[in-house]
Design a binder for this molecule. Structure first.
Ligand SMILES: [Zn+2]
Length: 447
């Protein structure tokens, strides 16, 4: 199938930051065949020309941290810090099963797709005993909606009776965790490029996972060539917990376990010393920056400008829907811009740099060279943004205008050359039906 997306302002996110104000993108068999400015490829039999009417075209956004299951438990623990919030929510999550996860994933993935997001990493770590098929359920939801998913087989094995935060009923045995991770790798993981489903290894956090599971997870991930992920340095309480239990900061703890490397990315990284920022950059360890969640829980603001200046990899995440009730990645683009400026002043980040974090940055964090930019040979993952609405009136610079005026419902989302959103609506699913089914499951989970 050949498609020509023509008459758009194409923001390529290539190394040079090339933009084509009179641009077009030629797609063949799910990949980008060519990108240009001005004169289009000639009409030909079998070539579908789609006139974008001057809309802005960006790479599909890439979400680097989420917990889709949390769409079922929004707006709880409204004034709580992270540890208090977790203690209130763990008992609710203990009822999760595949049916509820499927409904949760459809909701979160639909929200993300409608915000222009074509690739979603989900950090799932809640596996109540005897409930099978949870990761399979979210993968099924992603396949049906048409977005790419990197699904983690996360884990917790440090219960409250051993000094951890989660209840003992919600932690698993180390051997069972690793065996299930191997099973999901062999049944679901596509090595790529162009992969629509990948598996990541993702023990939850320093306060819910033993050091031994952290080490063995890293060993397994590296043996299977899977990406490796965890939460890190999110709050001052976590810092105090690590100092008390391990005698060092969370980053030093992870370093000691042999984690920091180019195949790893960590969520949050709010509390990093200058030396730890340098260590992240030197080792190539990536960061999933989740500004709305960090603000919602009052955790602080990550030193993103410092990480970028040091040469670090940084992408954006919406984080779970119980600590950021809105799964809108374009909102995180804007939020990243605003919090960077709140921390360091108006000159520290441009609108285009924020957009780069949400596209190219996210792809780099997930270790995906095949997405995140509109260049020949990359996957045809495109987000088309209408520019004729009220909020962009008077904006000459439409790209910066989009970021400053965000968030927006995406006009069209293309993943692997195929429409996932068209005319601001899901192509393969009914939004109202997803919302109805989700409410039934949310009530079942939290009576
Ligand atoms: Zn998280």
């Amino acid at each position: 199938m050949r498609r020509l997306f023509a008459n758009g302002w194409v923001v390529t996110m290539d190394d040079a930051g090339t933009e084509c104000p009179d641009g077009w993108v030629l797609v063949e068999d799910g990949a980008i065949a060519a990108v240009g400015d001005g004169e289009e490829p000639p009409a030909a039999a079998g070539l579908e020309r789609i006139d974008l009417g001057g809309a802005v075209v960006t790479p599909g956004l890439v979400n680097t941290h989420h917990h889709l299951c949390q769409t079922l438990t929004r707006a709880r623990a409204q004034q709580a810090d992270l540890f208090t919030w977790l203690r209130e929510l763990y008992p609710l999550w203990a009822s999760l099963d595949a049916e509820a996860e499927y409904a949760a994933a459809r909701t979160g993935l639909a929200e993300l797709a409608l915000s222009g997001c074509s690739t979603v990493f989900d950090h799932h770590y809640v596996f109540p005993r005897g409930r099978d098929g949870i990761v399979e359920a979210e993968v099924q939801a992603a396949r049906e909606l048409g977005v790419r998913i990197v699904a983690s087989r996360g884990s917790m094995d440090l219960g409250v009776s051993d000094g951890g935060l989660p209840p003992d009923t919600l932690v698993e045995e180390l051997d069972a965790i690793l065996a299930d991770t191997q099973r999901l790798h062999s049944t679901l993981h596509e090595p790529g490029p162009g992969a629509r489903v990948q598996i990541a290894v993702a023990p939850c956090s320093p306060f819910s996972v033993t050091g031994r599971l952290m080490e063995e997870s890293a060993e397994l991930a590296r043996r299977l060539a899977l990406p490796l992920h965890t939460h890190l340095a999110e709050t001052v309480e976590e810092e105090a917990y690590c100092r008390e239990l391990y005698g060092c900061s969370p980053v030093e703890y992870l370093d000691r376990l042999g984690w920091l490397d180019g195949d790893v990315w960590c969520a949050h990284c709010v509390h990093l010393s200058p030396a730890e920022v340098a260590r992240f950059a030197a080792t190539g360890t990536g960061v999933a920056h989740c500004p709305s969640s960090n603000l919602r829980l009052g955790a602080g603001i990550a030193p993103v400008r410092d990480l970028l200046d040091a040469g670090g990899r940084v992408g954006l995440g919406v984080d779970g829907s119980a600590s950021n009730e809105r799964s809108d990645l374009f909102m995180e683009v804007k939020q990243a811009l605003l919090v960077a400026r709140g921390r360091g002043g108006p000159a520290v980040m441009t609108a285009r740099e924020a957009l780069r974090l949400g596209t190219r940055g996210g792809a780099a964090v997930l270790g995906r060279a095949d997405i995140g930019a509109l260049e020949s040979g990359k996957q045809a993952d495109l987000a088309v943004w209408a520019v004729d609405g009220l909020e962009l009136g008077g904006a000459e610079d439409l790209v910066a205008g989009l970021v400053f005026a965000g968030p927006h419902r995406v006009e069209r989302l293309v993943v692997g050359g195929e429409d996932v959103v068209r005319g601001g609506a899901l192509v393969r699913a009914d939004e109202a039906e997803i919302a109805r089914a989700h409410r039934v499951q949310a009530r079942r989970l939290t009576p």
